[in-house]
Design a protein around this ligand. Sequence first.
Ligand code: CA
Length: 273
Amino acid sequence: MRNLIEYQRPKKRVLADAYAVGMPTAAGAEAGATPPSTGDSERVSAPVAARVLLIEDEPGIVDFVKRGLAAEGFAVEAALDGSEGERLALSGSFDAIVLDLMLPGRPGLEILAAMRTAKPTVPVIVLTARGEIEDRIRGLDAGAVDYLVKPFSLAELVARVRAQLRVLAQASTSTLRAEDIEVNLLTRKVHRGGRPVALSSTEFELLSYLLRHHGQVLSREQILGSVWGYEHDPGTNVVDVYIGYLRRKLGRPDDPAPIFTVRAVGYRLGNPS
Ligand code: CA
């Protein structure tokens, strides 16, 4: 299994390889660094690490998987119930999601369905004690890209997450470009005119959305719905605030960011005309 892991980091080895989930892991305490706070602190640069959301209600598994993925270089965020998990999955910017099916609050299959509608490109790997064949089929039918039955080895989970990220990387959409802005969706690096620009994760999502629709006029409602996951404008000026952040970070005194206000409507990224 270990040979599936191609780009290991020269970090502490994951001791948990040999452990099945749910086994006591006294040694696990030193298995990996605690992940850095992955809270969406907007004034801080986005992590370069791929971001993984873990939705799982068993604290032991959460702890084990979180530490293991963090030790492999992923930025991991966890939700312990289905409602919170769905909220994060739909509003956050994750590169992959690891989802338990039997959850309090909201069943995993419903979260899968919501993800398929709202964020169809984010790979979801289902993690569940229900190994019955019909459950696997239901999970895959609902849009899961892969399936792991408990107990699983951490090495296998890491390998599968990496495999899904490779699939994403191979998709031709891994780089977005417009004007002189370039965004790499996999490494999450942003450049303008060759100059690196550090963005928070929300700023990154907003810029990616504008780039995907460059030249188009986008209403605040469209932006809110796509970037924040709100179905209607809750009367917030969050879009305007974040456009301001982006302009500040992308612009230079002699060369403002190519993001234009369209009076009474919203915004457009493109050339000035
Ligand atoms: Ca569960």
